[in-house]
Write a protein that binds this ligand. Structure first.
Ligand code: CP
Ligand code: NVA
Length: 329
């Protein structure tokens, strides 16, 4: 039987296929409890702290609501509002917080740092996104695929766009672990790092699936059961990269034509936030500056029946609740 008590959740490479499936099972159970309004205050009286060095809507709120539903208390420290990293090293900060709290969520830049934190904290540390990985996101993505497509083993998942960002990396890992055929479709300049691709290929082979890298949209999307994209410039990257990114990534925008290349029941996924309608402060700014009206996904696809992005966002909460419960119970 799987037991994740006391474990940190830093990257999916640390978890076996069985452990990931266990977390997905648990997520489904928590979703049922929530939807049937059945109380589930299984962690009554515990305390957690959320440390964010980058902004967030879904991840922060998932941890907060998930914790409240489980009966826990939450402290949220927003970017730049504690001593951490300025007057005090992150290492000292977590050694202090580990004595107050039962669990620590961290969103920041360096994957290495979150791993060091976990080694020092004495309590579970959950990675709420680094430049390299976004592991909590993938449980919600897979849950959404299962809800719409059934068993995910053997399905084809294509990521379009900046295929070396945190979301693409984590998708490649979860695909390998669960036997999903993963395709990264984007320009050669933005392919995942070779070492990670090799690692994932080995894992995928054990689980009977493949990892494909291609710059050909037709090849990448034909027969896809799920087509996924993410914002073209990630948090922490300088604004100057937009110009180059738009040039490289415009051919990889997810449009109706792209969705039509996929399976007839194909779904569209996006971790969000999205610039699909450029109806945001930054989106408008970029659109005007570079004279474009659409970014990583067309409004038409985003708003289509195939788009499951809001189910996916909701599933963040159920899956993060499962992670907290499994590691703290
Ligand atoms: N998908 C995701 O992590 O969203 P937030 O940045 O809003 O947390
Ligand atoms: N790749 C994006 C994901 C946001 C949830 C970023 O890092 O900004």
């Amino acid at each position: 039987p799987v037991n994740l008590q006391g474990r940190s959740f830093l990257k999916l490479l640390d978890f076996s296929t069985e452990e990931i499936k266990y977390l997905l099972d648990l997520s489904r159970q928590f979703k049922n409890l929530k939807l049937s309004r059945t109380p589930h205050r299984y962690l009554e009286g515990k305390n957690i702290v959320l440390l964010f060095e980058k902004t967030s809507t879904r991840t922060r709120c998932s941890f907060e609501v998930g914790a409240y539903d489980l009966g826990m208390n939450v402290t949220y420290l927003e970017p730049g509002t504690s001593q951490m990293g300025k007057k005090e090293s992150v290492e000292d900060t977590v050694r202090v917080l580990g004595r107050f709290y039962d669990g620590i969520e961290y969103r920041g830049y360096s994957q290495e740092l979150v791993e060091e934190m976990a080694a020092k904290a004495g309590v579970p540390v959950w990675n709420g996104l680094t430049d390299e990985f976004h592991p909590t996101q993938m449980l919600a993505d897979v849950l959404t695929m299962e809800e719409n497509l059934g068993n995910v083993k053997g399905l084809n998942l294509t990521f379009m766009g900046d295929a070396r960002n945190n979301v693409a990396n984590s998708l490649m890992v979860v695909s390998a672990k669960l036997g999903i055929n993963f395709t990264a479709c984007g320009p050669k300049e933005l392919m995942p790092e070779e070492g990670l691709v090799e690692t994932c290929r080995q894992i995928a082979e054990e689980n009977g699936s493949t990892i494909t890298l291609t710059d050909d949209v037709k090849k990448g999307c034909t027969g896809a059961h799920a087509i996924y994209t993410d914002i073209w410039v990630s948090m922490g990257e300088p604004d100057e990269v937009w110009e180059e990114r738009i040039k490289l990534l415009e051919p990889y925008r997810v449009t109706k034509e792209v969705m039509e290349m996929g399976d007839k029941n194909a779904i569209f996924l996006h971790c969000l936030p999205s610039f699909h309608d450029t109806n945001t402060v930054i989106g408008q700014d970029i659109a005007k500056k570079f004279n474009i009206t659409e970014m990583e996904v067309s409004d038409e696809v985003f708003e289509s029946k195939q788009s499951k992005v809001f189910d996916e966002a909701e599933n963040r909460m159920h899956t993060i609740k499962a992670i907290m419960y499994a590691t703290l119970k």
